[in-house]
Design a protein around this ligand. Structure first.
Ligand code: 5RP
Length: 216
């Protein structure tokens, strides 16, 4: 099976976790497959809260109502992909640059269902460069602080987040304690948030493998 077929298989499996009401929907190619599957059962839900403008557009293109998080309240389920995930369900996210809104919607959700192809499961986080969303005027200061933490920050060229900010992709981190590093980076003045999802990890991982979709 190709990587795309594995992503699609996890997206199909995630439909089982969709309750009636309003759900949260993530961003990226795996989340896009999920949106396509969601369209087939859209009559079952009242609508979705999107974690990015791109996701909102795709939901709308399928006729799925997109709702504002502030009026939706607590969500039963959030479904999203990941760039890396461990067996403890700690993740690196933000390859698509939507990390801040993803973290907000995840925080408002009782259950986080992560959908990922098998290549995303790692023993230790950090091979994938850690995205950090930064207020533009703080770029140099935040970059110097990230170097002190052992990383090599690289500006994501030509990219602005949905919130009007920049992304620094931090290379070379060996993330032994994701909960601690997530907190440390978020405390740097000028950081909006970082792509470590460890303080609020996933609750379920649907992992696409050639032997089928495994549930962790
Ligand atoms: C976007 C994300 C995505 O979930 C992550 O990048 C995985 O993407 P894909 O499903 O395309 O592999 O965090 O900000």
């Amino acid at each position: 099976m190709t990587q795309d077929e594995l992503k699609q298989a996890t997206a199909r499996a995630a439909i089982e976790y969709v309750p009636a009401g309003i759900i949260g929907v993530g961003t990226g190619s795996t989340a896009n497959y999920f949106i396509d599957e969601l369209a087939k059962i859209k009559g079952r839900i009242d609508g979705a809260v999107a974690s990015s403008e791109a996701t909102a557009q795709r939901l709308k293109s399928h006729g799925i109502p997109v709702l504002d998080l502030n009026s939706a309240g607590e969500l039963a389920v959030y479904v999203d992909g990941a760039d890396e995930i461990t067996e403890h369900l700690h993740m690196i996210k933000g390859g698509g640059g939507a990390l801040t809104r993803e973290k907000i919607v995840a925080a408002c959700s009782r259950k986080f269902v992560c959908i990922a192809d098998g290549s995303k499961l790692v023993g230790m986080l950090g091979n994938f460069p850690l995205p950090v969303e930064v207020i533009p005027m703080a770029q140099s200061y935040v970059a110097r602080e990230l170097v002190k933490l052992g990383g090599q920050p690289v500006l994501r060229q030509g990219f602005t987040t949905d919130n009007g900010n920049i992304i620094l992709d931090v290379h070379g981190l060996k993330i032994m304690n994701p909960v601690e590093l997530e907190t440390q980076i978020n405390q740097i003045t000028g950081v909006v948030t970082n792509g470590l999802f460890a303080r609020r990890p996933a609750d379920v991982l649907l992992l696409g493998t050639s032997e089928g979709v495994k549930t962790l």
